[in-house]
Design a protein around this ligand. Sequence first.
Ligand code: MG
Length: 188
Amino acid sequence: MAKFSESIDRTWTLFLDRDGVINEKLDGDYVKQISEFKFINGSKEAIRKMNEIFGITVVVTNQQGIGKELMTEDDLKVIHHYMLSELALEGAKIDKVYHCPDLAEKNSICRKPNTGMAEEARKDFPAIDFKSSIMVGDSISDMQMGKRVGMITVYIHPDEELPKEADYVCKSLFELAEVLAQSLESGI
Ligand SMILES: [Mg+2]
């Protein structure tokens, strides 16, 4: 992280994937209700820490469970309301959550690896500069989206396998927050 982390300040934006980064991913299924939404250990604290580093934090999440009609837009709203309230209880904040409900086969502009959600965020927050942004995700499509717009990409993987599409790898969002906070403190 040393190369870029010392230049991070409040002008930077943090883009977070949701499933597998903030909450546990369900294999072969979608989080369709609050009872299926389980925060990954340390992810709330990580977001709180990173709120002190980054000026803006947004979530960009593919949710084709809606396109598949396994859940509705309203179901997702309830889940995201829950996520944001639970984060707020820990003093952690996400400025806005963007989701793409479309099926993979539609190749919709909003579905990662396409860049629609990032573009949408930049419209809402004109201070966003993709060159001063980090995309954190656990899928290659997250890394591809980040790269397409010129972001730094951080891959979340338990065994720290660094794919060619990513700049850095971390075991978890918590570990990333620790690494960033430490390197900023020590000025590495
Ligand atoms: Mg994910």
